[in-house]
Design a protein around this ligand. Sequence first.
Ligand code: NAP
Length: 349
Amino acid sequence: MKVGILGATGAVGQKFIRLLQNHPWFEICALGASERSAGKRYKQAANWVEDVPLPNHIAEMTVATCEPSAFSEVDFVFSGLDSSVATAIEGAFARAGIPVISNAKNYRMDNSVPLLVPEVNPEHIALIQSQSFTEDGSGWIVTNPNCVAVPLSLALNPLHKEFGIETVVLTTMQAVSGAGYPGVPSLDILGNVVPFISGEEPKIAPETQKLLATLNNGELDEPHFALQATATRVPSINGHMISATVKFKRTPKNINEVKEAIQSWENPIAELNLPSSPSEVIKLHEEERYPQPRLHADQEGGMQLHMGRLRMAEVFDISFVAMAHNTIRGAAGGAILNAELLYKKGILK
Ligand code: NAP
């Protein structure tokens, strides 16, 4: 399929370009960014920060403005647009009959827009049918969650199914790449921790609850657990770590019952063999010093969820840490996996 990238010059846009090299199904045919970049060759418009060479054919492509008319040859677009412009631009593409697979937060909480992590809620793609961007249903939007809600929902999903979540208290330790480029000033973050990330905490509970919702007769039935989050920025480069303590509706008898719930969870999309799927979705580390962002964030193409420090808790029921690569599993790689699911299900065609 022919693919366009909106916000192609940004941190997430660059990750799309990197991950789509040699993709078996998707080929990049158009790149879009702001008026500042439009009309320039990609190599002049973008400050390439990926640690692999910029592919030659991409370097020479001319960046377009993000107007649907400049993307008439593509079958769908990925969006890594700044949220200040994503509502108008993504909506215009959907109304023009061009499906949008987005990273931006703008449409995530819209009732008719799937907020998708394929291993958690693949059935939510049915919501696309209730979108009204076009009369013939050719234009629609699917989003992926914030880079904390992705690892959190992957970790909580098997536990919620088995025990029912009642309360979650968590602290995030978020890598600097999550702030885009150039991101946090070096003098703020080197040898330091910043105990606040603007706009981050309010997204975590509603997005996680939407992800864990069941779909009944076309309506999402969300679990209403309490969640208290503190989001911090730490000097790791890639990989957001979460430390969580959870109270369940049904208290597990012991930690082995919790391990069993995680290990016996069945990946609902396993048999689809999607190109970006990790072979093992949840890696549960037994070593107390693992997982670590520097050692594990890149494993399985950056698409694996790492859990560890699983233990019974003195307050509530259990504690654990969860970690995933924020710009791959938590952004561009997650969006590509969404597109692969939609392609395999015949919705992208
Ligand atoms: P970024 O590096 O600042 O890139 C923003 C992109 O949007 C650039 O390509 C920029 O083009 C484009 N843009 C800005 N204003 C525009 C306009 N008026 N018209 C068209 N394009 C415009 O941001 P990022 O970190 O890649 O994040 C992109 C999106 O993904 C955001 O919505 C963010 O919240 C979300 N996200 C990011 C992460 C992460 O880990 N970084 C994770 C999950 C979700 P120019 O270069 O021409 O300005």
